[in-house]
Every structure is written in structure tokens, then in C-alpha cells.
Unconditional design. Sequence first.
Length: 590
Amino acid sequence: MRHNRENSIIEIDITNVCHKMCSNCTRFCGHHKKPYYMDFDTFKRAVNSLDGYEGLISTIGGEPLLHPEYSRFAAYLQKKRGKDKLTTTTRGNAILRDYLHYAKFQRWVEASLNAGRGYLLFTSIPRHYYKYFEDVQNTVSDLWLNDHTAISMHQPILISRKDLGIGDEEFAKLRDNCWLQNFWSGTITPKGCFFCEIAGTLDMLFDGPGGKPIEQGWWRQDISEFNDQFHWCDICGMALQTFSRNANEGIDDASPSNYEKLREMNTPKFAKKQVNLVTSTATNNSRLGKDMASVMGNYQPDNDVRIGDVKRNMQPERILRIESLGLPFAKAARNCAEREWLLYAEPHAGLPINFEKLICSRYLNPGYLFRCKFGIGEAVLLSPIAHAAKRLGFDGLRDRNSIDMLAAAWGAKVHVLEPGFEDLPDIDIPYFRDKVFDNYNNDDDFKTRLQQRLQEKGIVEGSNLLVLQSAFVFHTLSIVRLLHNMGHSVYVMSSEKFREYFANWVKNENISYFSDSHFNFTAQSELREELKCQKKFDGAIVPFSFGPSTVKFIDDYTDALRTAENIGGRILGIVNIRRRFVEPEYDIWG
Ligand code: SF4
Ligand code: SF4
């Protein structure tokens, strides 16, 4: 098991309420008779307790956006962070063609920029997503969207090792290697702090004794300090090699003792006969529990495949044209539905034909006021759910009877739409590449660590270095440029999917692309041999995503390390997103 201080994420479970009832939900949604919503004071203590933590802080449910105080929680997170996200100041934060793709891009930028810190949100995009769109964009650096309509495999949790006859000694090893605790996180529930998120949710479901007090630094303690919570592992199937079930089946799997507990409690899901009694876990899909790769293999990494019709919840529904600003505008704002926007156009505003339709096909951050400059006159488009509109209230909106006055009241969140706006790309790669690189280049501690590591390995100026792409592409781009600036000849190997990112950053002759989306040691042997014939390297640098927690369990990473060693001759260093060197925790060839 892993010390929580090393985990990439620590969760805060703010509610157990969800509008879905997926199979084998880690929060046991569908079984709770009493919903809970973490109160603001507890939330504040939870966030404050994580001061100094170097990873992501995640708000999770249930469905976190069903918490009635989510806005207040988000504002507190933002206050704690003390600075804006880089991406909040750019066009993509205001209007997008493809929010789903952008969410992924945004997390690459933010994770690199914040060295793995920041705020994460897991959401299934409930009907009222739009209400919190601005809060999410203000606060969340790592947005995980999953409405669970596409294939999404969930491993059974309510499987007790004792029911399966697994003895203490064997289980101790399995538990130590539990992929979930190693890969994911500890958690804070209203009942305290837990070494593992599942222990926390089991405690909630089965009315356990609670966790450690929510106080500063609890997560710094060694994992052994949590041994009074390890009993939850005995009734949890995550460390076992079992099977997986598609989330949208809505069925939970439980071994006899857990099944009996649910029956006694007569949980809502049990009463609806949505619990499957498991007496044997012998299946041919039995790698679960050993590593996460088999979950990943069944997972849709692309948001546009993962997310179904609910993406409409993230778009404007209707544009209402109002004849004049002032009182009519304020009255209309009062009666608007959540996804309705107001449009006022001066004479000769020259709005494009089908403007309303076009706008409703885009993702517009409702926090923004849009000045539409297409003709001699101007138009203004705004959402009455914007924080700025709420601050102004009815009287404030009524009294702002010119576009200039309204725009002044919106402050920084004003965006200008001009002819051709609909064709602008969502993502300005060169802009973000430079921004993130500046951040790395100003990090003298990291540059010193990098320099020292190379010296320790006997690397002199002008060496030939191989760098492998990581999932966080901006992390790789910045390391490549730093090494180049240190006077080395840098060669990159990357998936084709990142070609656009490396263009005009690395010379064509200094990069090889492969068509798979990840390193695949077996399939890419030809490419490796070709490269080895062409070049001789003094060593390889492997930029990594989180690590070390991800180093141990994901096959793709093992293949990346094998590739680095095979082509580069030796691995000079693995650099995680925290900009620290980490070592593999296992034999990569074993
Ligand atoms: S969306 Fe599904 S998996 Fe997520 S909390 Fe709700 S029920 Fe659980
Ligand atoms: S076995 Fe379950 S409770 Fe124990 S560490 Fe793994 S996921 Fe957490």
C-alpha cells in the first residue's frame, strides 16, 4: 500500500447522492437510505487539512454537482489556490466548439503548469451541469467526465476475501498490491480521513466507526498509522482478481457475507433486486486486482465516445432576443431558465444569419458576457446565471442600460465575437506550449535537479539524449526544450496523436512517431530496431505523468520504460509531473 502523501490524488467525498445507479459504484449509490451532503465547515476543514499536499484534491460524490452548496465549495477552493488557472484567461474558457476535447487538453496544461497540483472533479454531467459551469471553469484543473452510457467497466467491490477462502498470509500480499489504493487515493468523508477511498465509503455504507480526525497533515502519516482501518479490506474485492461489469447494467455484485448485510439492511438497490450473489469469481477476465491495465483496456479514453446525449446539458438551450436594455432586459433575466441566454442587438448590429442556432451549437461559459461586433452597431449576449449577473441583481441589470456599462460590470469575463469567430480553433497550441515552457524555465530548482541528474550519470554537454512522450504532453515538450537549451542533442519518440504538439518545436529529423496511442514494446520492435540503426544514444529521459503511484501498475508505462532502456541504452531518469525523479518500483523486465 502507499502512503497518502505519495498518492496523486486525495478525494473529498462531498455527497453520496447521485442521479445514476451504476454497477459496482465505488460510492455504493443506490444503497444509501439517507443521503448526506458534507457541510461547509467540514469541507473547509477537509481542504485546509490538505495544506502542503503536492497532488490533486478531488471533489467527488455521488454526483458532486448535486451538492446544493457546490458553488460555495468551488469558491473556497479557488480562494485557497490563490491564483487563476492559466486556461481561465484564454478564449477557450469563454467559447468552444468541443468542450469534451478541451477538458482533456486543459488537464494536460494545468497539470504541467501546477506540477501535479490543482483540483479535480469527477462528474457524470447531471441535468443542472450548466448551473455550475462557471464554477467548474474557474476552479477545476482536471475535469473527468463520464456519464457511464458508453462501456465503462467497474470491478465488484463487495466481495469478501473470507467468503472466497483466501487466507491471511495470501491476502496480506494482495492487499499490499491493491491497485486502487496504490493508483488512486485516500479520502475525507464527513466521518473522517481514510487511507483509501473505498475504506471511507464502506465505513459510510456499513455505519463504521469513522476515520481519523480531519486535521492538518493527517495525510503525512505513514500508511501503518492507518492499520485500524485495514479491516475494511477484508470485505472489499478491489485487491482480488475477479471480474468486471459494465457500469450501465446497474447491477452490484456481492459475495455471501456482504450480500447478507445488504439484505438485512434492505438497501434500496437490494430491494429492487439489483444485487447479484457471487459465490465464485473464476472467470477468464481475471487480471483485475492485479493491475489496472485490464480496466483501462475496457475504458473509453476519448470523451466524445464516453459522453452521450448529456453533453447538451453543457450548451445553451435558447437565445432570447430582448428589444432594449434596462428594465425589459432585467425583467427577462428574472424569468430565464438555466440554459437560456439574453441577446440585445443595436440597430445595424449585423448579426450573422442563424446566429442563435450557431451559438446553441457551441459551449459557452455562462460567466462570460459576449460583445458581438459584426456591423456598425453592436450586440450583447449574456446569461443571467453568470456570477456577475447575480452580483448585480435585478436593480443592477436594470440600471446598466448600455453595452459598455454592462461590460464594465462583468469585469475580466468579457469576450468579443467577430466575423469568422466560428472557425477559430479551440486550442492555441503554440501559446500554451510557450506558457508552460516559461513556467518550467523559471523553475530553477527543477533545472538544477535535471542538471545534477545528468552530471551524476556522466552526461556531458552535446550528448545524444532520447526523450519519450508522456501522457501529459506539455510536460514532455518543456523537458525537451530544457535539455536542448542545456546543449544536448534531443531525439523524441512519440505517438502520432501528438504530432501537432511537436510540430515547430522539435525538428522533423529529430522525432519518430508511431501509430499506436501508447508505447507497445512488442508491436513497436521494428521501429525500435530502425532507430537503433540510425542513432546511438547516451541515455534516455522518460517524462512521466504522475508516478510513482502509476509506475507500478500500468502496462503502458512498463512498455515505455522498456522502450527507453532498449533504445537509449540506459534510463537516465524518470521525471514525474511533480518534476521529481522517481525510480521504477519493480523489475521492468520481470
Ligand atoms: S455516476 Fe455512477 S459510478 Fe458515478 S457516483 Fe453515480 S452511480 Fe456511482
Ligand atoms: S482492498 Fe479495498 S479497502 Fe483495501 S486498500 Fe484496496 S480498495 Fe482500499
